[in-house]
Structure formats: structure tokens, C-alpha cells
Design a protein around this ligand. Structure first.
Ligand code: LLP
Length: 499
């Protein structure tokens, strides 16, 4: 006969992944995951810049993206200062382009400009936001592997500082469009250095198997055996309507170590030196892209910008000396590392359900029912948003963390899974987290680190309205993107035929 035993929930759950530690105190915030001005106040409630989350719920409802303007600005400045310092003796400083794809609205674009950064865009829509914010054209970059003629024209109308050209065909198109307008397009070439970095590792391959950029490998289809990158340099310099500024690479996202950036920088500097030797072309700029990682869970340890900047500067300095070339002006494009930790998502808890799950086997599967089946509780905590406001767990298996925000609790930790309200069982917000056992409907949960690629990737799946974004600074709030209403949800629906 099978006997089912239950296990004391005060112990770590065997269902928890290895990396998830049982926290000593569930009320304590792990600071790398949070904006600098978020804390638990004397009443035990989560507060940002002194404003308790209950007030944010009252004023703006949930779900809600809560962004610390102070934190965003200080991270933006920290990148600029750290890279300026590290590269001061090499090229006089660094141009930092905030990657708007991570999160963009006109308020954020204006903070970026205030803090001395530039803005990297990747579509006509993002250029429109930049225009609405009044960002000067020369401080803008335009990316994209499939830019339309309209986007190229818009960039030229706005006099953007650089169009980052992704292919030979696009180079030709930009040259023609600029020439038809009797203008000159300022261009960078996006190269694929064969370095791809993801999370903790990077791999160097001979050839990048992906859609972006011009290959640096010398086995292109060119008759002379030139790489696509070299062909593009030669072609770019032959067009009177193109001013070639330099080369660019972006090796991946959510990267913690500097090695991948350093290797890519070395490869691009080799390329610049080769172009100089072969064609006497001196390209004055080198963009090393974005990709700096952040903490989503307590086990992530991002490096401070200064550490990464110094490691990259050391490579650029020694490589330029070795190649005997003048260092180009360096630029970078961080997105996630500036906006990610500035924001948390505030949700209200609804339905709770606890299931009992068999002990996992060594392979991680549930054990077959044996004679003494030990089961463990996993609690499903449903919140009033989900994959429509954070698609990253579904898209990338991304891990997040969560904390009870409306009050402190002394209750025992219980392994929980925070799920959304969508009609999909994969609609998971936080796969594994310990939350207090007494979390109840009506409580508020906060998920940190949601500033990047959450609102930006949000959808109206199941006709859910996308949440608003409220910015907090100096003890006051400002809605920088309002949440959608039912009217918004219906206003592109053209109605039934006889409406
Ligand atoms: N520059 C270029 C050319 C890029 O393609 C990207 C990101 C960045 C800069 C900024 O990278 P960051 O510093 O934010 O890592 N949706 C995915 C990430 C896609 C990244 C796309 N490109 C995610 O949520 O993880």
C-alpha cells in the first residue's frame, strides 16, 4: 500500500532548483536586484523613494511598472563616468548610446539626454519617440537588419549621427537614398566578429550563424575572397554619399564577464589595422555594443561598470599599441544594465493553489510512485498580469524573483510559483521563489529587475490591457506611460459590418 508523507515546509524544498537558497529572512531585499531607493519601510511595506506600494496601487492600480527615475539616471551616469574615466587617456572618453529597445518612452529618452548619453534606436517608431522627446539627431543611432527606405529617409531627415548598416545590400540602398537627396549618410558597419556571448560564457566561432551583420570571415562569396566586412569597407569608401565612421559589433546580452567584449574589441581593432594597412583607410570610431548583465535572482553577480570599462580599456590600449594604430573613439550601447534594475512590477495576488509533487529523481523528473511516496507542496500564486507584461520567462526561460510587498511577514517560507492570469499553463512570472506561507489574495507582490525587455515586449494577449509605467523621483510620482484602457483595446477593432 502506498503511504504519502508530507514534509515540513520550514526546510528547503526538494522541488527547488539547486541555485535557489532558502532565505534567512523573506522580508530582506537582496539589493543588487532592486533600485537604490527601494526599501521596506517601518511599517514593513515596500516603498520606493519613500512612497509605499499601497499608495501606488491606490493611485495607479495593478499591474504596474514602477520605475525609479533616480536609479535610472544614476546607472546611466555611472556607465558614462566609468567608461569616460577608463578610456580618457586612450580616446578622450566614450560615447554611451542607451539601447532604447530595452525600454523607451519620451520621458526616458529625455533623462538619457540629460545625463549626457546618446540614444540607440532600431526602428522608425523608436526614432519617432526620440523626436517626440526632442533628442538632437546627431545624438541618435539607427540600427536594424532590415531597415525600410522610409526608416532610412526618416533617419536622414533627422540628421542622425550614425546609421549602423547591417549588410552590403543595405549599404548600397543607403548610398542611393542619400545620393538622391544630395546628402551624405554617416555610417557605421555592423560586423560579426565570430564571438557570441551569452550569460556566463562566450564562444568564439569561425562564422556567426545569425541574421545580423557583415561577416569578418574571409570565405564570403566575393571573387577576390574578401570577407563581407572588408568588401563593405571598400564599397563604403567608394560612395560619395557615404561617410564611413567606423565599425560596430554586439556580441550578445546578459553577459557578466568582460572576456567576450575584450575578445571582440581585439578582433575589431585587428580589422581596423588591416584596413589601414591595405587601403590607407583610417576609421575613427569603434562601437562595442551592449550586453552587460544584471541580477535577476540572488545568485547573479553583475560586475560594476567601472570593472568592465577598465578591462575593456586595457585590451584596447594594449592592442592599439601592439598594432601601432591610433585608438578609435569608442562607443557602447548598454540597455538592460541601465533600465533593468531601476524598475519592479507590482502585482496583486489573486487565486492561490497548492499542489503536491513527488520528490524529484536525480534526473529532475518526478519519482515513480513507490511504496513510500514523499510529496512536497508547491504553491501557485496567481497575479493580475503575466506573460503579457513579462514574456521573458516564456521566451527565454528567464528566472526572476519576487517578494511580498504590501507587508512584512514572519510566516514560514513556502516554495511558490508566481503565475499570470493568461490561458496558458506556461504563463509563469517567477518559476521558483520562496514566499511567506501566509501570502493571501489581495496582497501585493513585487518582481524586481523588470525594467528591460518586459514593458518593451508586452502584448495584449487574451485582451489584457498593457500596464502603465510610473516614475518615482524626489518623493513624487509621475505616470510616464499610462496603462491601457478597454477603449484602447477596442479602438483598432473595425466593428461588425453594420456598425
Ligand atoms: N546594441 C545592439 C545592436 C543590440 O542588438 C542590443 C540588444 C543592445 C545594444 C542592448 O543590449 P543590452 O545592453 O540591453 O543587453 N529581448 C532579449 C534581449 C534582446 C537584446 C537585443 N539586442 C531579452 O529580454 O533578454
Amino acid at each position: 500500500m502506498n503511504t504519502t508523507k508530507t514534509v515540513n515546509t520550514h526546510q528547503a524544498s526538494p522541488l527547488a532548483p539547486e541555485w535557489l537558497q532558502l532565505p534567512a529572512d523573506l522580508n530582506v531585499l537582496h539589493s543588487p536586484m532592486w533600485a537604490g531607493d527601494v526599501e521596506r519601510n517601518d511599517d514593513g511595506e515596500l516603498a520606493i523613494n519613500g512612497i509605499p506600494v499601497s499608495r501606488l496601487r491606490e493611485e495607479f492600480g495593478t499591474p504596474l511598472f514602477v520605475m525609479s527615475e533616480t536609479d535610472f539616471r544614476s546607472r546611466a551616469r555611472a556607465f558614462k563616468d566609468a567608461f569616460d574615466d577608463a578610456f580618457a587617456d586612450i580616446c578622450g572618453g566614450v560615447d554611451v548610446y542607451y539601447a532604447g529597445k530595452s525600454f523607451l518612452c519620451s520621458a526616458v529618452a529625455s533623462w538619457v539626454a540629460d545625463e549626457g548619453l546618446r540614444l540607440d534606436t532600431c526602428s522608425g517608431g523608436e526614432l519617432a519617440v526620440a523626436a517626440k522627446a526632442g533628442i538632437e539627431g546627431p545624438h541618435l543611432g539607427l540600427h536594424g537588419n532590415n531597415k525600410s527606405d522610409a526608416e532610412i529617409n526618416r533617419a536622414l531627415d533627422m540628421k542622425v549621427g550614425r546609421i549602423v548598416v547591417d549588410s552590403l545590400a543595405e549599404l548600397e540602398r543607403v548610398a542611393k537614398i542619400a545620393s538622391d537627396r544630395s546628402g551624405v549618410a554617416k555610417v557605421m558597419l555592423r560586423l560579426t566578429p565570430g564571438v557570441h556571448a551569452h550569460t556566463h560564457e562566450f564562444i568564439a566561432t569561425a562564422h556567426e550563424d545569425q541574421k545580423f551583420g557583415l561577416s569578418m570571415a574571409g570565405d564570403s562569396t566575393d571573387e577576390a575572397g574578401l570577407s563581407a566586412a572588408e568588401e563593405a569597407v571598400a564599397a563604403a569608401t567608394s560612395y560619395a554619399s557615404i561617410e564611413l565612421l567606423g565599425v560596430h559589433c554586439h556580441i550578445g546580452s546578459q553577459i557578466f564577464e568582460a572576456d567576450g567584449f575584450a575578445l571582440a574589441a581585439a578582433k575589431l581593432l585587428d580589422f581596423l589595422a588591416a584596413m589601414q594597412a591595405k587601403y590607407s583607410i583610417v576609421l575613427p570610431e569603434l562601437d562595442l555594443g551592449g550586453g552587460y548583465g544584471i541580477a535577476y535572482t540572488p545568485v547573479d553577480s553583475p560586475r560594476p561598470p567601472a570593472e568592465i570599462a577598465q578591462a575593456m580599456a586595457a585590451v584596447v590600449r594594449s592592442k592599439c599599441a601592439e598594432l601601432n594604430i591610433q585608438a578609435p573613439r569608442i562607443s557602447i550601447e548598454p540597455g538592460r544594465a541601465i533600465v533593468g534594475p531601476s524598475t519592479f512590477t507590482l502585482y496583486e495576488v489573486g487565486t492561490l493553489k497548492t499542489v503536491r509533487v513527488d520528490s524529484p529523481t536525480v534526473s529532475g523528473d518526478s519519482a515513480d510512485s513507490g511504496t513510500a511516496n514523499v510529496t512536497h507542496p508547491r504553491r501557485y500564486v496567481s497575479v493580475d498580469g503575466g506573460m503579457s507584461d513579462n514574456a521573458r520567462p516564456v521566451l527565454y526561460d528567464a528566472d526572476y524573483s519576487a517578494i511580498l510587498a504590501s507587508r512584512a511577514s514572519a510566516a514560514a517560507p513556502q516554495l511558490s510559483r508566481v503565475v499570470g492570469k493568461h490561458c496558458e499553463s506556461g504563463d509563469i512570472v517567477v518559476r521558483d521563489v520562496y514566499l511567506p506561507e501566509d501570502v493571501a489574495a489581495g496582497d501585493l507582490l513585487a518582481v524586481p529587475g523588470t525594467g528591460a525587455y518586459c514593458w518593451a515586449l508586452s502584448s495584449n494577449y487574451n485582451y489584457l490591457a498593457r500596464p502603465g509605467v510610473v516614475a518615482v523621483r524626489d518623493g513624487s510620482t509621475r505616470l510616464i506611460v499610462r496603462g491601457e484602457t478597454e477603449e484602447d483595446l477596442l479602438n483598432r477593432d473595425m466593428g461588425v459590418a453594420n456598425d
